[in-house]
Design a protein around this ligand. Sequence first.
Ligand SMILES: [Zn+2]
Length: 127
Amino acid sequence: MTVSNQGVRGSTDDGLPADHAFVCDDCGRRWYYDRRSCPDCGRSSADASAVRLETGAVVATTTVETTPPDVRAPNHLALIRFDGVRLIAQAADGDLSPGDSVRFDGSHRLREGRDRTDPRLVAVEDP
Ligand SMILES: [Zn+2]
């Protein structure tokens, strides 16, 4: 099986920062990955706004040991549930576990050779 990095933000220099989601101006539906229109009301995604994601919960984690030449190895990834969206993003390290609270933090080049930087997932200490 080949595990690619498709589905991880940062494969191109365009698009929203990794810690932002789209939000429909009409119905408030949120989504993370580029799409043509709102899945609920059908309004064009060109009209959508961006919202910063705050705290999410880890659903699952994985570590990709064999990565493309411009991606770090090992590459720690996590599936995260934020308010209204689920997404896959790079974790700062391999210490996350399902159920952990996380937020985006820091400034990293997710791929070598890019000027753009994005945050990675870090654990949030429970209060
Ligand atoms: Zn909508």
